[in-house]
Design a protein. Sequence first.
Length: 746
Amino acid sequence: MENLIYAVPALGILGLIVMAIKSSWVIKQPAGTESMQELAGHIARGAMAFLKAEWKVLFYFVVIAGLLLAWSGTLVENSSPVIAGSFVLGAFLSAFAGYIGMNIATKANVRTTEAAKTSLSKALKVSFTGGTVMGLGVAGLAVLGMGTLFIVFYHAFVLSTGGEVNGVDMERALEILAGFSLGAESIALFARVGGGIYTKAADVGADLVGKVEAGIPEDDVRNPATIADNVGDNVGDVAGMGADLFGSYVATILASMVLGREIISNDSMGGIAPVVLPMVIAGLGIVFSIIGTLFVKISNENDSVQAALNKGNWISMLLTLISSYFVIDIMLPEGSLVMMRDNSPEFTKMGVFGAVVIGLVVGGLMSIITEYYTAMGRRPVNSIIRQSSTGHATNIIGGLAVGMESTVLPILVLAAGIYTSFLSAGLYGVAIAAAGMMATTAMQLAIDAFGPIADNAGGIAEMAGCEKEVRERTDILDAVGNTTAATGKGFAIASAALTALALFAAYVGIAGIHSIDIYKADVLAGLFVGAMIPFIFSSLAIAAVGRAAMDMVNEVRRQFKEIPGIMEYKAKPEYDKCVEISTKASIREMIAPGAIALIVPIVVGFAFGPEVLGGVLAGVTVSGVLMGIFQNNAGGAWDNAKKSFEKGVEINGKMEYKGSEPHKASVTGDTVGDPFKDTSGPSMNILIKLTSIVALIIAPHIAEGPAHSAAEKEAIQVPDQALTANDDIEVLEIKAEEIVEVQIQQ
């Protein structure tokens, strides 16, 4: 049974093989006319130019941070400088995951446009297959990377030394995996913020001058910012999102593994089953995501694209749930499992399965709630449409109200999920709930990534002058993509909250503190400072979009004024100028928000100690979750309110269409919502996890007392009370109580 561990990287490789097959299929599809291919080439070159510029800056960051980690690994007993290597690997794979998504997206977009000439069904197949390539690439790399690293260092630190599964040697192995997660999340934050600034600067500039001032359609070839806008869809909503989900996926698995080390188990894997279980569930999630993608299809123009996507998603989740029951039954023992913490209840394998169920239910509910608040035809979006009839200000008021209201149900669901998963399996249950929720990341990301591909396809159709029905089909996909993007962001922020709580629990244990007492003035001050961080982070990100958008607006106005013949199609705009503005602005402006997440935990931890840092983490998590939900949903609702006018909506008995005054008000709302939903909002989930991971990395350096000396770790094992597979349940309970009592006394 112990050999089951080797199946984990194999499942990751399977995902990458299927990814390669699907990528090959997409590339073989017809790419359309010469004009379409020329436009797609501009987009691909612009996206690659941005990535190269971003990678150049991040290379220096990775080298410097890696050297600091290697140095710090020599300062603490039982730590290891090898963490620097895993950090670099995590950063590389995170960037590579983003590249995989961007590379296929810039090939699938024009092929989706060509497919839309045939049917909506064909266009969905091409765009969704492109998204599937990204989803499987991210999940496959994450599972392969985590699984391989764990096998290597489990052998190096535990098996080769005869170390204890829940002792110092396993802690060292997992610390190195924490470095991998830190690298992944660091790159994810910069990629998400930088990509978000790029795409929204271009989008806002294109909308304000092109649609509002010049009165030309979205993605019109005459608009100088339209290529930059389409490039932004790839670098922000695809490459940035790929790195984001890679980091989230890895952090969730890591949190579960770290808490799994705290469990005393008599399983047939030599006690490592609780540690390996999250990786096995993630690996199986890849298999069932592949199966789920087979059900995403429609047969005619009237079939619902959203329903097809939902069908594939629910099937993959259901299969993961069923398989988890059998995996847990095989891997975990018949007797009780006991968390080595005095505030955690005893639990059984059914409790662990219950936590997986809770995680999938929470994820499903979060998706349903987010869809309700952001989808066309629902009350929230309709309310914004109605308020657009009285002007720009009331549209803004309506969108803000919807965003704030949309935090209520998700938070209640999240709170219930945290409480019930803790009752099911303690803090390990909270972490496993997050792992269960993220198990089908490949499917979630496939659904999420197809939207930007469809958006690009619509832009190419508009610029290339394709038939009206082509743009209508891509608009259908794009509208659904807006909803699925918002749904994916709600899903990500929920998993981030559960993961952050699990990482927080791991931090508390490693830092040697027993509780976070807000009656202490310094801890309460830390709580307030932590709650402030998501606000200043959002301010920096949104202000960056505003500054870059101003530059973009001025450039577009200049070209309309100084290049005669643009509006008459007699002259080509200087697209490269706009691409250059977005690239330089995004690289320049991404530094400050990213630095906050990395520097604040270090400064607070070393200056004020682990308990105050715990207060900061609590504040960041709660405030960040609320800000993320609010901004994602407000932006998504504003966007679909605007798109509703393009089909025509009835307001007070009168039909209003594109170009009407209410539509112009909705464009303003969408412009305000753009940095909400695509820059600062989706960055919140990375922010709260990254601060927790940084705290976890520095915890041994700021730990209170000798809580992690080798002698104490060995003493806690209590050899005379060792659990064996032959003990009956009553004996196991007695021994577990004795072990916990020894720990409490120590």
